[in-house]
Structure formats: C-alpha cells, structure tokens
Design a protein around this ligand. Sequence first.
Ligand code: SF4
Length: 234
Amino acid sequence: MTTPATPSIAPGDIDALSARFESAEPQEIVRWAVETFGDGLSVGASFGGASGMAILHMTAALKPDVHVFVLDTDYLFEETHDTMRRSQDALGLQNLNVYKSRLTHEEQAAAHGSALWMRDPDLCCELRKIEPNRRALEGKTAWISGLRRDQSEGRRDTPVLAWNEKFGVIKINPLATWGERRTWAYIAANNIPYNPLLDQGYSSIGCYNCTLPGVQGRAGRWSGFEKDECGLHT
Ligand code: SF4
C-alpha cells in the first residue's frame, strides 16, 4: 500500500487525537498512522525489545514497504543482528534501512579517545544514535516507536501521540498503554521473532558496551551513570 505523506497536523489536533487514542487498541492507532502518513511514516526498530517487534509486526502487516530504520552503532550484539535478519524474512520487511554513525569506531577513538561510552556516554550516544536518527527521519512526517509507559519511571507519561521537536516529526507510541504481559501475549500469539537475549536475563538490550543482564527494566543500561535513556526518546 503506497499513499502520499500528508501535511502536518495542527498541535491542538495532535493532543485531541492522543487523548482519543488512550482507549484505542494499538492496531487501530497503527492503521490510522499508516493511512494518515503513508510513505511519510517511519518505524524505528532496535531489534532488542519485545514491544518494538510487536510494532514492526503491526505496521508491516498493513504496509510491508513502510520505511523501517535501525541504528547500527557498531556495538550491537550479534543476537541483535541475527534478530534483524530473521525478522526481515518473517515479517516481510521490504524497506529495512541501516543507519550508522558518520564516524567509525576507530575515528571516534582518534577524535574523542577510546571507550568514550565509559567517560561521556551522552556524547557517544549523540554520535552513534542521535545524529543517525536525524538522518533516518529526514523527509519523514511521522515516527512510530514501541515505547511503553511501564518501561521506566521516565517513560511513565509517554503520550500516544505528540509533536517531537528534536526530530521535527509527529511521534506515535501505539503501545504506550500496554504492559509487559500484553506485549508478550501478542508476540506469542503471532509467532513474532524476538531477541534471544531476552530469554537470557536481559530486560533492555542496546549496545553491548552499555547493557547488563540480570537487571529489571532499563536499569541495566549505562551502569554507573545517572542515565537510562540514550536521548532518542527524551
Ligand atoms: S549505548 Fe553506549 S556504546 Fe551505544 S552509543 Fe550510547 S554510549 Fe555509545
């Protein structure tokens, strides 16, 4: 299904729609997003968490050629790469795009010192996630993600729909109101591939440099720092 991107929605309408979608099923919100934004819609996928896989399934079922992007920081687990490969086949993703930092690992070390993530993870995330995310969303009008309110304290007020100033798009979080159990029930019911590390004690999976197993929620990310977001969703 290919439809043209539509113009932006007035801020007041975004808030009203977000309130209306509070009681909507995620599939209904995804359908609205596909019909409203068409080729202007982009799906951010990490191939780490369960909710992102559910969103990919819902979106690709309606629009297999939807623009899907993954940020390959060069520090992704091999299991994450494997999940991406399996998902492309299983979900029929026709438009999967990989975005990398403008700096190789070596160039980053030369410019900013080795193991930047241990000294300045905000800068490392800026170079390897935020800037590539900006490129991924160039020319897009809406970004759909798998964020849920129950994933962390900082995500507790996640709106279903909001204008995202940082990236200049409408951000859609269809799973905002779902919890862990409903998400996994959806994964199981639809036989959706997911990252095997989630069965090995990892709760939230990002770069191997900054991800620990055995810790609930996002507390296993950036251990030792007052940080539980890379900056994409804040
Ligand atoms: S999660 Fe860690 S390694 Fe990955 S980009 Fe951020 S600071 Fe760097």
